[in-house]
Write a protein that binds this ligand. Sequence first.
Ligand SMILES: [Zn+2]
Length: 61
Amino acid sequence: MMGDGPNSAAKWSKYSIEDGSLVRKSEFCPRCGPGVFLAEHSDRKSCGRCGFTASDHSDSN
Ligand SMILES: [Zn+2]
């Protein structure tokens, strides 16, 4: 192991902690289920498999 200091947290930037569990910020498609990620766009997310689209209201100003 090398450099396991405070800066090591940076490599987890694509993840977040929710309810004590490590989760990806990318969301799974609610239709296709776990294993199929939603493609992230500037203001929405979409599934390239089934075409599901979700507006990302939670991060709007
Ligand atoms: Zn889907």
